[in-house]
Design a protein around this ligand. Structure first.
Ligand code: NAP
Ligand code: G4F
Length: 344
């Protein structure tokens, strides 16, 4: 009988980790997940995967080499997916050290342990479009990196020193996915898309008056997380390691996202005013969107739109869900979740 492949996922409690775990389980992998100690037990937080008999959770932390070594010894993975990160760009300005510790040194600790414990393991690392920073779209693997946040800087250092560096120096099989924004009903509630869909659903149900946002003009290339984890797996099935941009190729502004989510909820919107005085009103003239400077960042990435031709050609990857379908999925899920909570 063919031996089942083993995968270790760091960041399994996050959005991507949960979709990836489900995807690998369907492919008959044995899935291990590194989880850190938190006040709320991880078993309570990943209902979707934690109770599956093939997901084995191992306590550990990317800040702790001994725990990483133990996780590798216990799981002996064929494939490692390093998704753990301080992944909030806005927070990275407030907690730059934590961001650097996890997003840069964390990968270094993992690679150093993997090199001796599982030298043949194939490794995926989560890079990001935030590394492009100021560079104008469309961005691809050859575009200039010009990060503007501590998050982007830490991810770029990890990419250059460890992904490219260790691949070259030690011949390790390390791939990195330069993923553009991807969302889902499991997206953390502080990211702008989820904040919008939750707030508008609450406004629709009369549980909240107003959604308060920062920069409405920022543009992002938003795809569906379920499509993006397929690409992570595809990268590790290649003969040679590489770096791949994963994106839809279409961008929208934060304002477009608000309008699309409102339309899904049958809330027609109109905008008036400028800058921080801009407001969005519903058809009865009630102000349902306002701006607060506190949600602006010290430095902003204004425009991201990825060119994923390389992944489409070499991996045969393409996204399946459109922007409209993504907004619909997220809006409906939040409306249902909030309506259910209200009933119970
Ligand atoms: P997420 O939902 O914020 O999940 C982050 C995960 O990292 C969580 O499981 C978190 O655990 C874990 N984690 C944080 N610090 C840790 C530490 N010190 N040790 C161990 N685990 C730790 O992020 P995501 O959206 O799934 O993103 C996955 C990866 O892709 C991240 O590296 C992110 O930077 C990158 N990325 C994401 C996007 C996107 O649009 N989603 C785009 C490009 C790149 P807790 O549950 O305990 O907090
Ligand atoms: O949803 P966001 O917080 O995502 P951001 O900063 O693009 O980062 C996400 O995508 C990256 C890939 O490009 C990942 F690497 C990273 O881990 C994360 O998953 O913000 C999107 C845009 C920004 O321009 C922000 O300034 O929305 C703008 N925005 C406007 N009002 C807001 C808000 N963002 C948040 N979080 N909250 C607001 O109220």
């Amino acid at each position: 009988m063919k031996k089942r492949k083993r995968a270790l996922i760091t960041g399994i409690t996050g959005q991507d980790g949960s979709y990836l775990a489900e995807y690998l389980l369907k492919k008959n992998y044995e899935v291990y997940g590194l989880v850190r100690r938190t006040s709320l037990d991880p078993m309570m937080r990943i209902e979707t995967v934690a109770h599956h008999p093939n997901v084995r959770l191992i306590y550990g932390n990317l800040r702790d080499s001994a725990s990483i070594a133990r996780a590798l010894n216990e799981s002996k993975p064929d494939e490692i997916y390093n998704l753990a990160a301080q992944s909030d760009v806005g927070i990275s300005f407030k907690c730059p050290e934590e961001t650097m510790e996890v997003n840069y040194f964390g990968l270094g600790r993992l690679l150093i342990e993997a090199m001796t414990i599982v030298p043949k393991a194939k490794i995926y690392h989560a890079s990001t479009s935030e590394m492009f920073g100021d560079t104008r779209p469309p961005q691809n693997e050859t575009s200039k990196f010009s990060p503007v946040s501590p998050y982007g800087v830490a991810k770029l250092m990890a990419y250059e020193d460890y992904v490219r560096g260790y691949r070259k120096k030690y011949g390790m099989f390390i791939c990195s996915g330069i993923l553009f924004n991807h969302e889902s009903p499991r997206r953390g509630e502080h990211f702008v898309t989820r904040k919008i869909t939750i707030s508008l659903a609450k406004i629709k149900l009369g549980l909240q008056q107003c959604l308060i946002l920062g920069n409405l003009n920022a543009r992002r290339d938003w795809g569906f997380a379920g499509d993006y984890v397929r690409a992570m797996h595809m990268m590790l099935q290649q003969k040679k390691p590489g770096d791949y941009v994963i994106a839809t190729g279409v961008s929208h502004s934060v304002r477009d996202f608000v309008e699309a989510a409102a339309a899904e909820l049958d809330m027609t919107m109109s905008w008036s005013g400028k800058g921080t005085k801009e407001v969005g009103k519903d058809r009865s003239g009630n102000v349902i969107v306002k701006i607060d400077k506190k949600f602006y960042r010290p430095r902003e990435v204004h425009d991201l739109r990825g060119d994923s031709s390389k992944a489409r050609k070499e991996l045969n990857w393409k996204p399946e869900l459109s922007f409209t379908e993504l907004v619909r999925m997220m809006t409906r899920a939040d409306l249902e979740m909030i309506a259910t909570r209200r009933r119970s």
